[in-house]
Structure formats: structure tokens, C-alpha cells
Design a binder for this molecule. Sequence first.
Ligand code: ADP
Length: 331
Amino acid sequence: MASAPDPAALATALDTVADPSGGGGIVATGRAQPPRLADDDTASVIVDVADLDPAAREAMEAAATAALASVPGVLRARVLLTADRRERRLIVVGSGKGGVGKSTLSANLAIALARLGVSVGLVDADIYGPSQPRLLDAPERPFAEAQRLLPVETRYGVPMLSMGQLVEPGKALAWRGPMASSALGQLVDAKWEVDVLVVDLPPGTGDVQLSMIQKHRPAGAVIVSTPQDLALIDAARAISLFVDTGVPILGLVENMAGYVCPHCGEISDPFGHGGAEAEAARLGIPFLGRVPLDRAIREASDAGEPPAAGGGEAAAPFLAIAAALMERMPA
Ligand code: ADP
């Protein structure tokens, strides 16, 4: 009679199966639970496939079965696929170009959603300028458990993970496609315990956006634009990326719309009024609202005190946009 397989050998064999989301083998990433042995010759394992499409699930089952069966002494290999990981919806926030306030909007939108009772986390996928640790005043690095990152808690009820936490502060992120997309996978597939993830994308329509769409299938996209025409042309490009790849556009937000005078509070429109709303109507996408160009917003943001978390007037536009978004959020 053959001797019983070594349980450690089962885990080692299983870990040769690469996690399709990156980060190493399926044991190391926590996708596979520790394998078990029954009747001295039957190996079994539970593998979480919630984020995989049907073809990838099938491939995972075959690969895990073959890995277990390859261990000496294993006569039967059983792989149980589960998809009972809490179903998360990803809302990506994009813009055609940088500097339009996409990160500011992402942070404040997440906080406003939390204030409206949504269980929400924030992923900062902006490889060019990861700013969420500063915006949410949470500079600490995340810990990992079984190779999966644990989101950092913030003072504002929104757990967060940022590309900026994965590299040394101040180091330029000269990442090329595959590195950026594997880092993004680590952020999205972390141990989130939330229903909705707001994802602050890099500006434009590059590798990170494509990998986000292909691997993580967002439930919808929010586009941020300033009122200027040029920004709208850029925004239109970002919009068509999502439309062409079947990601529903949940709406357009106009940022820096109207200037709030710091002295008298009067609102003027240095860049004209209603451009983004008209553009949204022309493109047939919902308009979620506007945020004024307000020095108080920049000052509060720089100080790590997001305006949406405060009690004053500054929170109002973000709460209104969050409410409009909730109406359009896919069930
Ligand atoms: P992006 O993510 O699009 O590059 P940021 O969110 O980093 O843009 O914003 C760029 C700068 O503009 C930051 O200094 C931010 O504080 C400021 N900012 C963003 N929105 C507003 C606003 N509505 N009023 C005033 N300043 C703003």
C-alpha cells in the first residue's frame, strides 16, 4: 500500500498554479484554502473563483485538480470552486487628462457615499500621482495576510489602498503595463469587506484603464471634467473607451465649475457655464452634478481633511453627486 501523501506537499503542489490575478501561486495569494486529506488518499481544496469568468474558472479547476493529483499517494483529487466572496461593485472614476480634480472627486465621492450609508472602499490606481494617502490623511503602509493586502482604515469611514503605498515615497512610478496591472490586481483583490469600491484611475486611456476593464469588470464609470472645451474633448475620449468596452457610464461630473470668491462668496464662471452638462446631454449620458472651484476645497484637501466629511457648505455638492450616483448604481 502506498504511503499517505504529505499535507505540506499538497500545498506546495497547489501553489504551482499561478493566480490569474497575479501575485503568485493560488495558496500564497489566499485564493485556495489549505488543502485537506481524507481517507489517506483523497485530497481536496476549496478555491475562490468569484472574480473569474467561466473559462478561467474551468481552467482553474483543471489546473488545481492536476496539481493535487500529481502528489505521490493521492488517488483522488477534489476541487471545490466557490464564488461566495462578497460581491463587490467597482465604480471607476476616470478623466481625459490630469489636474481636473479626479482624485479629489474620488475621495470625496467615497466619503459622501459612506455618509449616505453605503459600505465603500477606495482604490487609488493613479500610478502617475497617487494622492489618496495624503487626501485621506492615511500615510501608513498596508499589512498583508496570506499574501493579500489589508486595506488601511481612514478617519473618514472609508478603507483605502493606494499605488503610492506599494512603492517608496517619492520614487517615480516608471512602471510599464504588466507591472502596473499586477499592482492594480493586488489593490483590487485585497481583503475588502465592502460592497462598493471607488477606483481613482490614472488620467487618460492607457494600460491601467484597459487592465481594469478586462480583469476587474467595473459595474460603471464616472467621468470628471472641467468646464473648458479642451477638457471636454479629452473627457469624450475617456467616455468612448468605456462605451466601446461595454462599461456603463454612470455619469459626468463637472469640477471647478464656477469660481467661489474667497472674499465675498459670490460665484462667477470664468470658463463659462453649463458646458459639461450640455456635453453630457449631447453624448446621452447622465449629468451627476457640479463642484465649484473653491479655494477652501483645495486647502482642506491639502490638509487631509476632505470637504465631504465636514459639516459645512463644502460637503453639499459631493453629497448631491453621491445621491445622484446611488440612483444610477447597478443593483
Ligand atoms: P487629478 O486627480 O485630476 O489630477 P486632483 O484631484 O489632484 O486632480 O486636483 C488637482 C488640484 O486641484 C489639487 O490641488 C486639488 O486640491 C485642486 N482641486 C480639485 N478640485 C478643486 C475644486 N473644486 N476647487 C479648488 N481646487 C480643486
